[in-house]
Ligand binder design. Sequence first.
Ligand code: SF4
Ligand code: SF4
Ligand code: SF4
Length: 435
Amino acid sequence: MTTSNVNSLPLIEGYYEEQIIRCMKCGMCQSTCPVYYEDSLETGCARGKLALSEALLHGKLEPNHKIEMIFNKCLLCHACAQACPVGLSPDKVFAAARAEMVKRYDMPWIKSIIYRKLLGEGKLSSLTGVLSLANRLKLFSLARSLSIPKMLGKSVERLSFVDLPDIPSRSFMDRFPEILEPKSKVIGDVGYFVGCAQNSVFQDVAEASVNVLLSLGYRVIIPKDQGCCGFPHYGAGDFETLKQKIVQNSSAFKKYKLDAIIISCATGGSGLKDVYPEMTKEDNINTLGAKVYDISEFLAEKHLDDLKKMMPKNIKEKEKVTYHDACHLNRLQGVFNQPRELLNIMPSYEFVEMENSTKCCGEGGGFTVYYQDISTSVANRKRETIKNTGAKVVALGCPGCRAQISGALKQERLNIDTKHTVCLLWDEIKKGKGQ
Ligand code: SF4
Ligand code: SF4
Ligand code: SF4
């Protein structure tokens, strides 16, 4: 299927070339694209970037940094794929195009440190140490007030926009043993994929996930040698480190005989379920050895009735809660009803839908650094829809969305909390136990 590959782009030839050629330029992807919505430029939407990919493949254009930046101008939100009448996945083509650019130009030094050193090498715990120290020394806010961002680049500026909680000095995996036994009879063995954000920053999510699974009677196994999921590397075009992560995580989980692997990070989950098979399709191997579930998917599909029995009784006052659909949970994993089912059994909350709940929040890894204005503008639209619900809590299933939405809410000093659905569930179970 290879045409005259004058520019030699081996990562987007073959399967991806077929995707590019099948685009019929209908423009159905345009109106769903959050980037196009903000800047109305053809290069923002999938059709424009696919046309660019075709021109590169056929040697009508030479790759350059300007083109590299156009491929970076995508949230990998998958909205175009959902809208495409011929079933293309343009986001996958753009990730491969980024990988071509990384092969050609390599990464900027700051990106290389973050992706290859902090997220790429060694154990997840080292990231916790770095973030915790920076947080305790208030380096993020100091950097902002001293205008250090201008010196160190946009990455630091971005970190000072998003809202991060206090970061404990010890990681989740350092605080918990590899195997946790339930107090009741064991009903099965599940592996827990922690992910770097939950291991270091949002440890409340990992704790709640593990505690709910233990309460249901699962033995929970948290392999110590697991690493970052590799999705950040996929998004940044660093396919080499991504493949190392697939090998590392596969061997970490395959050691155990597991009934399921549970993850409570939307992006990491789509990495495990979607990117791993995509990147290993040529050798056709089942990389992790057990079916992967998002925590809300697993709990709602298998244990909704058990959980209903654990809910507190006689709750007099209800608080309004709304739900934001992370692109990587809703579109890439098809998880839409399950978190709502969980929220609807919680007696302390009244669930209210927000308008456009499935619209991206504007967080997109490197995108937020390169295109801060667009990212912030998308987040501000999300904030308005949240405000309109009157909710005091936004439930969600993604650490990236949580930092982004929480940051946008803080900009207006709104008293609205952002919480992972499983944290709300665990709070309810604790209330139920206390009765
Ligand atoms: S993945 Fe999202 S941001 Fe990227 S082109 Fe498609 S719709 Fe636009
Ligand atoms: S909707 Fe699909 S076929 Fe139509 S322009 Fe977009 S990517 Fe191409
Ligand atoms: S996507 Fe989730 S699991 Fe993967 S690196 Fe990011 S926070 Fe960690």
